[in-house]
Ligand binder design. Structure first.
Ligand code: AMP
Length: 308
């Protein structure tokens, strides 16, 4: 299927690349990494990236200005996005041809071409695999972006989705002259206010004897620590540092009073719980939405029951 994707890239002059809302490093790395590969190999093509510019990730990259008329006769590629409601920028449907490239479970198989590899650690890994397979070369910036995506989604090679192929691709990317150490340091650091929020999380985690844990971050707490919903990404993995914790939920109250639920697990599959609560995601890293304190309690109960 990589050859079919390449044929479409060769055919269209304008290519617009989308990714999911609330982007993470893999969403941005795969989206803009693909753009850099295409422009490096086909300098005459017009390649645009669209979506919200996430302020906490502006050190990674920026989006382009994309007008409605740009979509005329354009190829649209969506990276790292499991389902259409989560695609950032609804104009994705107004191009001439649509391609999905993703590594999440393929619950919503959209696009004229749909390439999904759930064994890949990240969509950035798939983009690099694609380039290598069809013989496209990488620019230094493409390598930097794809490397960011891979270390973002693997927790710097910690999570089980890290395969020998992931490491081989990371090794290939590491040969390019981007500042690997500064980048790793950047992704491992956070502002003091996030360190304080992490302290709050450790202090207030409810840990069940089964190994299920949860914590609630209300709007009041976010305000107190001066953090945005997006900035909570920096502490999502923190409960996993505690040896007795096996799976956890972080309930983040939103301005409209519903809760964004961030679910993580070391081993047991949790995305079925996410799907039951207006969400989805990977087997060990999912997100959901809860609409009451009672639903939060229900989600925590479901998490505990995994271990009974
Ligand atoms: P997060 O906790 O937001 O970092 O999300 C973890 C994983 O779950 C990501 O791969 C997301 O794509 C996925 N995810 C998060 N929220 C949702 C949702 N509401 N619906 C489907 N998938 C989601």
């Amino acid at each position: 299927m990589f050859r079919e994707i390449l044929a479409k890239i060769e055919y269209y002059h304008t290519i617009i690349i989308h990714r999911h809302m609330k982007p993470d490093p893999d969403a941005l790395g795969s989206q803009v990494g693909l753009k850099k590969i295409i422009t490096h190999n086909f300098p005459d093509k017009r390649v645009l990236v669209t979506g919200h510019n996430e302020p906490t990730l502006d050190w990674i990259t920026h989006m382009d200005e994309v007008t409605d008329s740009d979509y005329q006769d354009a190829l649209v590629i969506v990276t790292d996005t499991a389902n259409t409601p989560r695609i950032d920028d609804k104009r994705y449907a107004s191009g001439a041809f649509l391609i999905k490239i993703d590594h999440h479970p393929n619950d919503d198989s959209y696009g004229d071409i749909c390439y999904v590899d759930t064994t890949a650690s990240s969509t950035s890994e798939i983009i690099c695999d694609f380039a290598q397979t069809v013989g496209l070369s990488l620019s230094d910036e493409a390598a930097r972006l794809l490397y960011i995506g891979i270390i973002g989604d693997t927790g710097r090679f910690l999570y089980p989705a890290t395969s020998s192929k992931t490491l081989a691709i990371a090794s290939y990317l590491r040969q390019f002259p981007f500042d690997f150490s500064a980048l790793s340091r950047q992704m491992d650091s956070f502002p003091l206010k996030i360190a304080k929020l992490q302290g709050y999380v450790f202090e207030h985690l409810e840990i069940d004897p089964t190994g299920a844990a949860c914590v609630l971050l209300t709007q009041e707490i976010l305000k107190k620590f001066d953090v945005t919903d997006a900035e909570t990404a920096a502490i999502v993995g923190s409960p996993g540092k505690i040896d007795s914790i096996k799976a956890w939920a972080i309930f983040v109250e939103q301005a409209d009073k519903h809760y964004r639920v961030r679910l993580r697990s070391k081993d047991k599959v949790i995305n079925a719980i996410a799907k039951r609560h207006d969400g989805g995601g990977h087997p060990l890293a999912s997100g959901a939405n809860s609409y009451s304190a009672a639903e939060n309690a229900q989600i925590f109960q479901e998490l505990k029951e995994l271990f009974l």
